[in-house]
Structures are given as C-alpha cells and as structure tokens.
Ligand binder design. Structure first.
Ligand code: KG4
Ligand code: ZN
Length: 397
C-alpha cells in the first residue's frame, strides 16, 4: 500500500563506524530545531575493544575488516528490534548496491543474503558518520549507507561524530524534564578530542578552546597502559581511582595540572601523561598496588580538575544556563560529581546535561539525533551520495 500522506515523524536508520564500535540504531524524530523529540526504537553496538586490546590501541585496518564482517548482521538485528524487519521480495538493485562495497568485500555476501530474504524497511533517511575518526573504518559505514541508499532509494545524511556527542545528551537519565537553554557550553571529551564549544542552537557551534596535544581520553588510555591496565583504559583507571579514594590510598607523587591557570580555554594532556611515566619509571619495582591505585587517583584528579575549572569559567563568561558534556570521558563518575559540585558553587540554577546510559561512549543513536538536525537544516534533503566522503579530521562547522 502506498501512503501519500506525509507522516509527522522521520524514521532514521543511523550508522556509526568511526573507531572500534560498529553501531546501528533506528530512531523516530519529530519537531523542529527548537523543540525536537526523539524515540529510540532499536539500538545495537558491537565492540571490537577486546580484539584491539592486544595492540594497546585501535588498529585501523583490523577495525575496518571487523566492521565490514558484522555490519549486515547488526542491520538485521536492529531492524528486528525496531519491528520493521519484514521477510519478502528484496530490492532488484542489489548489483548496483554491491558496487558501493567494492572495498568492503567482507560485507558483500551478507548483504546479498539479506536482500534475498527481506523487503525494504519502513525508514525515511539513513544517517552515517563521515568524520572525524579512522578513515578506513569510516568508509565502511559510508559505503554501506550508500549501498542501502541505492537498494531502498532513501537519502543519506552525513554526520559529524562530535556533533553526535553533543546531541547525545538529548537522551538522558538525569534532568530529563529540563530543557537545554541556548547558548550552552559543551565540553567534549573523548579518545580523540578535548574541546569546549559555545552552542548557540542545534547545529550552531563555536569552538572556544581545545587540547594542544593529547585528548583527555587518550591520556587515560596511555596512563592505563603505563600502569599495566588493558585497553580501553579510561574505565579501568576510574575504577582504580575510586577504590583509592574510598580506602584512602595516597599517591606517591603530586602531578601537574597543565594549563589550569592559563587565561584561555586550551588544554594539554601530554605533559601529565609524561609525569606519570616518570613517576612509574622512578618507582620501578618498588611501586605497590596501593601506590598504583593512589597514582591513578592523582592522575584522574589532575585531568578532571582542569576540565572542570575551564568549563565552569566558560559557563560564567558566556552566562549560560546549560552545560552539555559529551564523549567517552563523560561516563567518568569523578568528572560528573566534580563538575556538579563546582557548578553548584557558582550558580545552583545552571543545569548540567550528561548523556544517558551507554550514550557517552560511541553509539549511533547520537548520529541519528545530529543527523536529524542536519536534515532539518538542509530543507529535509540528503547529500548526493557521490559527494559523501570520509574525513578523518572533520571539524565542527
Ligand atoms: O567517545 P569515545 O567512545 O570514542 C571516541 O570518539 O574517541 O571515547 C572513548 C574514550 C577512551 O579514551 C576511553 O578510555 C574513555 O573515552 N573513557 C573513559 C571512561 N569511559 C570511557 N575515560 C574515563 N573514565 C571513564 N569512565
Ligand atoms: Zn566518540
């Protein structure tokens, strides 16, 4: 049956493959840029973290292959979860679609099998991360989105991963009843980024400061490695640091708070990491487990103190009512509590928005949210698929 009435909501399939998570979701979006509404119908994530743990970091070509192997299976799962997977006659354009996957041979056979089994699902647009991230990994999501676009005749919206992290706070556990007021300050803290933005509205971002070297998540991962903890180290450092605080384990050294007093919104994390390296090297075999936990807590204190101080200063300078925190490090409980108490000291009425459970680290729900904003801003058009390219260094706006 063909329905000629335009439905009020937009059903979005979103795809994220910028690093070591293959993530697909189906969301329904409605409303305007000023008052959007979303509902998550399905959300799946396959993490490759264990595979990369061996290398102590993400190995781009391995990530690419793994994304390609699993992506069609995740498509089937997420459409099933959203209850829009229907067996029946598939698209006749399979050969044209497969041509988009020339460089992703592992994805070809599974997609052919999928099309033999299932009809075109009831979605309106496909959103896909186009950067920043690891280009070989990004290309898998992009080429898969292009193949689906040809198969199902749906538009594709390329999405900036960092805009996704900012948008991720729209699906929250905390402050669910409160609305974000613009301008807001957004602190973006992930494995590749440490940035402060003034957010003037969805899709209107002004960078006010960034790291001059390592990202804070990268520092967590590197320090974890120095302390013999497996990749990804952020959550492991955090657990160890919490234990040290609870049990009162002291740090064997005091670490620097890089750029704490600089009169700008810049950050620097490579010196802090090096300070941990020297401390660990100097202590050598004399470092006990309690000293190690104490050192992890001191590192976390130092890393978080700078983030909190600069975010609060930005909130004061720009007189905002809302603070947004996004990216993997937004999952850090010490950051959450320290920022909350620092903000309370300057103005109790400022609201902090963190992403909901599972949405701090990479996911595709956030790509659907930011993609909806891009779609609205572009008069409900996708991009010509031949123009969509992976850009590892893509900047916000
Ligand atoms: O946003 P994300 O999933 O991927 C990137 O876009 O980079 O962020 C991953 C980063 C990793 O560096 C990871 O160690 C860090 O976020 N991370 C954490 C925590 N959970 C993840 N860092 C500190 N505390 C955590 N609880
Ligand atoms: Zn990310």
């Amino acid at each position: 049956m063909v329905c000629y009435c335009e439905r009020a909501m937009t059903r979005i399939l979103s795809i994220e493959t910028s690093c070591d998570e293959t993530a697909l979701s189906v969301i329904e979006a409605s409303g305007t840029l000023e008052s959007p509404e979303f509902q998550v119908l399905g959300n799946v994530i396959a993490s490759q973290a264990e595979l990369h743990a061996e290398f102590g970091g993400v190995f781009p070509n391995l990530a690419k292959r793994e994304h390609a192997k699993i992506i069609t299976h995740l498509l089937e799962t997420v459409l099933g979860e959203a209850k829009i997977l229907e067996e029946g006659k598939g698209s006749k354009k399979i050969d044209d679609a497969i041509r988009e996957l020339d460089r992703e041979p592992e994805a070809q056979e599974p997609l052919r099998d999928f099309v033999k089994k299932y009809t075109t699902p009831d979605i309106d647009i496909i959103c896909v991360t186009s950067g920043p991230g690891l280009e070989p990994a990004l290309w898998v999501g992009i080429n898969f989105a292009k193949a689906l676009s040809i198969l199902w005749d749906k538009p594709v919206v390329p999405v900036n991963h960092m805009e996704g992290h900012i948008s991720s706070v729209l699906i929250q556990e905390l402050n669910a009843s409160k609305k974000i007021e613009f301008p807001a300050i957004a602190l973006l803290v992930s494995g590749g980024h440490t940035e402060l933005h003034k957010v003037n509205g969805w899709n209107q971002y002004e960078l006010i400061g960034a790291t001059k070297d390592d990202a804070v998540g990268e520092a967590f991962d590197k320090v974890a490695r120095l302390l013999g903890l497996p990749y990804p180290g952020g959550p492991k450092i955090s657990t160890l640091a919490d234990e040290a605080r609870q049990k009162g384990f002291a740090s064997p050294v005091l670490l620097p708070r890089p750029m704490l007093h600089s009169h700008d919104y810049s950050f620097s994390y490579s010196g802090l990491k090096t300070a941990v390296l020297y401390a660990a090297r100097d202590l050598g075999d004399t470092m006990t487990e309690t000293m190690k936990a104490g050192l992890a807590a001191e590192f976390e204190n130092a890393a978080i103190e700078v983030l909190v101080k600069k975010t609060v200063r930005a909130a004061e300078e720009f007189q905002v009512r809302s603070i947004i925190v996004g990216g993997g490090v937004a999952a850090n409980t010490h950051l959450r509590s320290e920022l909350a108490s620092a903000v309370q000291k300057i103005d109790e009425s400022i609201t902090i928005f963190f992403p909901g459970k599972g949405l701090s680290t990479d996911n595709s729900v956030m790509i659907g949210l930011a993609g909806y904003f891009a779609y609205l801003k572009n008069d409900k058009q996708g991009a010509p698929i031949e123009n969509i390219r992976a850009n590892g260094n893509l900047k916000i706006n």
